[in-house]
Design a protein around this ligand. Structure first.
Ligand SMILES: [Zn+2]
Length: 209
């Protein structure tokens, strides 16, 4: 495989390690609306141990490498990222992100959400739940379906970890060294759309809607 697109990807974020002992046993919690497919779905291997944390905010990324279309193999892309990241080039403990979204809206489990990453940009990812779109959203665009998957997934995670929607942001909000999550995704954060929609969704759910 050509590693250059992957090296340029991952938004210069170095996430080290995670024990993935629970990766195959993740179950939807009550109230989850978005199915998260386990690592076995994309043939991922168990990550290596790393320090733990509890997510207190959510940060959205894009992979930032090659485009990924609807007809491209998102599972293979994810597997390639893990294989490269855990290999001799980086020696990471696992795929760099906790949750990954394919262009068709399928959500995959990445590293254990209860473990910390590491970054070589200037923010400390401790406490950040990392949600990443596969592909490059400086060139791709979110469609209505992906926006709905994102806002529902974010609402699920806010409820799961007791995180306020106002604590959802993007990589570039924490770092001057990256354009991640790409121009198109960032536009929905800049306008306030994402936080507004997640807040509304939480309101609907709390009323039993
Ligand atoms: Zn990023």
């Amino acid at each position: 495989m050509n590693l250059k697109p992957i090296i340029s990807a991952l938004c210069s974020v170095f996430f080290l390690g995670v024990a993935q002992s629970n990766a195959q046993t993740i179950r939807p919690l009550k109230g989850d609306t978005v199915k998260i497919w386990p690592k076995s779905e994309w043939n991922g291997v168990v990550g290596r141990p790393y320090k733990q944390h509890i997510p207190v905010q959510i940060t959205v990324h894009h992979e930032g490498g090659k485009l990924l279309g609807l007809n491209d193999d998102a599972k293979q892309r994810l597997k390639n990222i893990q294989t490269w990241g855990m290999g001799p080039d980086r020696k990471w403990a696992d795929v760099p992100y906790h949750l990954l979204i394919a262009p068709d809206g399928t959500v995959y489990q990445g590293r254990d959400p209860l473990t910390v990453g590491e970054t070589n940009t200037e923010y400390d990812p401790t406490g950040h739940l990392l949600v990443c779109f596969l592909g490059n959203y400086n060139q791709q665009k979110l469609d209505e379906k992906l926006l709905k998957v994102l806002t529902n997934l974010l609402a699920d995670q806010c409820i799961k970890y007791g995180i306020s929607p106002t604590k959802i942001s993007t990589h570039k909000d924490h770092s001057k060294q990256t354009t991640c999550p790409g121009e198109d995704i960032y536009s929905y954060f800049k306008s306030g759309y994402i936080v507004d929609e997640v807040t509304k969704e939480q309101g609907v759910r709390s009323k039993g809607g």
